[in-house]
Design a protein around this ligand. Structure first.
Ligand SMILES: Cc1cc2nc3c(=O)[nH]c(=O)nc-3n(C[C@H](O)[C@H](O)[C@H](O)COP(=O)(O)OP(=O)(O)OC[C@H]3O[C@@H](n4cnc5c(N)ncnc54)[C@H](O)[C@@H]3O)c2cc1C
Length: 446
């Protein structure tokens, strides 16, 4: 079909779960042309970023070319561009290099960004885990520290094997468990002088439990698994300051470290502030029940960038399943509008929540009634669900091979130090550590 034969045009900003779900649904309609714009030419599977950061999976296992997804669909045009301005009323977006795209409908699906809540030094010195770039950066920092300690064990006293993880939600818990597994299993197999007892892993959360949305029984299980793997829990504690070589906790401890991992919260992607639409909680744009933005026909907000109300009127959590389903419903409503039909309200189908805590340990609440399972069974459920959600058969097969390798082998996955800048450290750049001395010890909260 030639360009001018399309009856309708849709512009989508963001090729994450929400934007991709929307574009895939619209792609089946030959009279609709879709322009899918993303700052990356790939879709990234965020739930598995921590596995790239801890060398379990390769970046290519969790990133899938957007062009490949739509290779057989001429009506979907992928554009690599960073959107910096949105005119919602005109349904037009503009990129940082000045190109504009307009449509009969506009879908904003630009996701989230890390929220450092004003914590001093966190944007400069901590390692967020929100993109593939973040994950490879963190992987190189972890591997760089292991390499430096291998040559100079005295760096351990200066925090070279101290990992501080901020946030006891799924990101923090999963990365803490994965680093503990690395330290216990894969690193000693590959670094022959390495002693796991030299490493310190701290996991901090301002609340009184890890994985808050789960049950009390689950909270106890997660705490037990992590402490048994030498993760030191600091509940009711926040990181107040991050420096080049230390983290200062709210209980007064100053911990020498070169690896603070930020899983402490998210807010709407920056473009939410650039579109002139009112921002609500978390900087997100409040969606109407049918996922449109009030008062601006043909403009939809979906996924993490939106506050989407659940059946109880409370905003739904920022989850891949919410994003995917909201993207598909937005597509259905766009098609309904094009056909002169009524839009329908978004009805989230909650299939449960799950989190991995480490080798053989996971927790899952499955089904509508959130039936809870722990341990190996939950681990298997987690593997199955995540493999099924991945885009592309090759990605699924490669991930399953890597998971199998991890399960039955002591050596790790791709321990590739490919980001020299992340691994480079000036050990004399932090006066706070010189005055603080050796790692602080404060009582564990668990
Ligand atoms: C570490 C981590 C672990 C998670 N684990 C789970 C889990 O186990 N289960 C679960 O359900 N959910 C999980 N989530 C949440 C889930 O990944 C998100 O809810 C989901 O990815 C949101 O989808 P989205 O499409 O709204 O946004 P995203 O997936 O963030 O996609 C947004 C897209 O927009 C693009 N973009 C942003 N700004 C611009 C711009 N200005 N111009 C062009 N493109 C732009 C980005 O490059 C990106 O591709 C996790 C999230 C993280 C970070």
């Amino acid at each position: 079909m030639s360009d001018d034969q399309y009856k309708h045009r849709v512009v989508i900003v963001g090729g994450g779960f929400a934007g991709l779900g929307c574009a895939q649904r619209l792609a089946d309609h030959d009279d609709v042309h879709v322009t899918l714009i993303d700052r990356n030419n790939y879709h990234q599977f965020q739930p598995l970023l921590y596995q790239v950061a801890t060398s379990l999976l390769s970046p290519s296992d969790i990133a899938h070319s957007l062009r490949e997804v739509f290779a057989g669909q001429d009506n979907v045009d992928v554009k690599l561009a960073e959107i910096s301005a949105v005119d919602a009323a005109a349904k037009t977006v503009t990129s940082t290099d000045g190109e504009t795209w307009s449509g009969d409908a506009l879908v904003l699906a630009a996701g989230s960004q890390p929220n450092f809540f004003g914590t001093s030094g966190a944007p400069e010195y901590s390692f967020p885990l929100y993109s593939l770039d973040n994950a490879t950066n963190l992987r190189s920092r972890i591997l760089g520290l292991l390499e430096q300690v291998d040559r100079n064990p005295r760096l351990i006293e200066r925090g070279a094997l101290t990992f501080v993880i901020v946030g006891g939600g799924p990101t923090g818990v999963e990365v803490a468990g994965a680093i503990a597994d690395m330290i216990d299993v894969t690193v000693p197999a590959e670094y022959h002088d390495f002693d796991p007892g030299d490493a310190r892993i701290y996991l901090l959360d301002r609340g009184d439990a890890l994985l808050k949305p789960f049950s009390d029984k689950a909270h106890a299980y997660v705490a037990k698994v992590l402490t048994s793997r030498n993760v030191q829990l600091r509940l009711g504690t926040v990181v107040e300051e991050v420096g080049p070589g230390h983290a200062r906790f709210s209980d007064g401890a100053v911990v020498p470290t070169r690896c603070v991992i930020w899983g402490g919260g998210i807010s709407a992607a920056r473009v939410a502030a650039d579109c002139g639409l009112a921002q609500g909680r978390g900087g997100r744009i409040d969606a109407q029940p049918d996922l449109t933005y009030a008062g601006t026909p043909g403009v939809y907000v979906v996924g993490d960038i939106a506050n989407i109300s659940g059946p109880d009127g409370e905003p739904l959590p920022q989850l891949g399943s919410v994003a995917l389903q909201s993207g598909v419903t937005a597509a259905d409503n766009i098609l309904a509008e094009f056909d002169g039909k009524a839009r329908r309200d978004f009805a989230y189908k909650d299939k449960g929540i799950m989190a991995m805590i480490g080798r053989g340990a996971a927790i899952a609440e499955v089904g509508k009634n959130h039936h809870e399972v722990h341990g190996q069974l939950a681990h298997m459920a987690w593997l199955g669900v995540h493999a099924s959600l991945m885009t592309g058969t090759r990605d699924k097969i490669e991930a399953i091979i890597d998971w199998g390798w991890d399960r039955f082998s002591k050596t790790g996955g791709p321990h590739v130090l490919d980001r020299g800048d992340a691994a480079e450290i000036n050990w004399d750049d932090d006066p706070a550590v010189a005055s603080a001395g050796t790692p602080a010890s404060t009582p564990s909260s668990s």
